[in-house]
Write a protein that binds this ligand. Structure first.
Ligand SMILES: C[S@@+](CC[C@H](N)C(=O)[O-])C[C@H]1O[C@@H](n2cnc3c(N)ncnc32)[C@H](O)[C@@H]1O
Length: 206
C-alpha cells in the first residue's frame, strides 16, 4: 500500500462507505468505545476516523479529535458532526497518522479502528499513537488479521496483490504486527461476524 493508493481507494469508497462498512463493522466500533471506558474530560484521538461512524458512540463529556488522510472521508465526518451537533468532537483534521502534528503526551486514549492494515507503514502509525498518548494511557486497535484457518488464509494471500486497489491488506499478520510494534497488549478480543476481526487493548508504557 502507498499513501496515494490509500487516498484514491477512500476517495472511491467515501460515497458508499457507510452503507457498505457501517453495519458490518459496527460491533467492533461499539466494543472498542465501551472498552475505552472514558471518564468525563478525557481526550481521545481517533486515528483514521473515516466518515466518523464511531463519533456518536462517545459520551458528550469526552473530548474527541479525529484525523484522516482522506479529505472525502473527513467531509462526511464533518457533516455528521454538524448534523448530530457533536460539540464534544473538538477537531477533525486531515493528517497522516504516520507523521502526526500533535505534541507528545496529548491524549489519554488513542484508537485506530480498521486502519492499521490500510496505512502504508503500520509500525510508524503505532509509534505515533504511542508518542501522542500519555504515559500509562491506553491504545486500542480494531482490525482484521490474517485468518488462522488454512483455506481462509490461502484466499487472503491470493487476494493480497490487489491491496492497493481494495484499500487494505487482507493477509495482515497479527504475530508480525505484535513482534514489530512490541505493543504491550492487555486484552485481545474477537469482534464482528464470526470474530473475523480482533480488538486489542494495550497500555502505553513509555
Ligand atoms: C477502513 S477505513 C476505517 C474508518 C473508520 N475508522 C471506521 O471505523 O469506519 C480506514 C481509514 O483509514 C484512513 N487512513 C489510512 N491510512 C491513513 C494514514 N496514514 N493516516 C491517516 N488516515 C489513514 C483512510 O483514509 C480511511 O478513512
Amino acid at each position: 500500500m502507498d499513501i496515494n493508493a490509500v487516498k484514491s481507494a477512500y476517495r472511491r469508497y467515501a460515497p458508499g462507505y457507510d452503507l457498505c462498512f457501517g453495519p458490518i463493522l459496527d460491533q467492533g466500533r461499539r466494543k472498542a468505545v465501551a472498552k475505552m471506558n472514558c471518564r468525563p474530560g478525557e481526550r481521545v484521538l481517533e486515528v483514521g476516523v473515516g466518515t466518523g461512524l464511531s463519533l456518536p458512540l462517545y459520551e458528550s463529556s469526552v473530548q474527541v479529535v479525529g484525523i484522516d488522510i482522506s479529505p472525502e472521508m473527513l467531509e462526511r465526518a464533518e457533516v455528521l458532526r454538524e448534523r448530530l451537533c457533536l460539540g464534544n468532537v473538538a477537531a477533525l483534521k486531515e493528517m497522516d497518522a504516520e507523521r502526526m502534528a500533535f505534541p507528545a503526551d496529548s491524549f489519554d486514549k488513542v484508537v485506530a479502528m480498521y486502519v492499521v492494515s490500510v496505512a502504508p507503514d503500520p509500525v510508524r502509525v503505532v509509534n505515533e499513537m504511542r508518542r501522542v498518548c500519555k504515559p500509562d494511557g491506553e491504545l486500542f486497535i480494531v482490525n482484521h488479521f490474517r485468518h488462522p484457518n488454512r483455506l481462509m488464509g490461502f484466499i487472503e494471500r491470493l487476494v493480497s496483490p490487489l491491496s492497493n486497489m481494495i484499500g487494505f491488506k487482507p493477509d495482515f499478520s497479527l504475530d508480525e504486527f505484535l513482534r514489530k510494534t512490541q505493543l504491550d497488549v492487555l486484552e485481545r478480543m474477537p469482534v464482528n461476524f464470526f470474530g473475523y476481526w480482533t480488538m486489542l487493548r494495550a497500555t502505553n508504557r513509555k
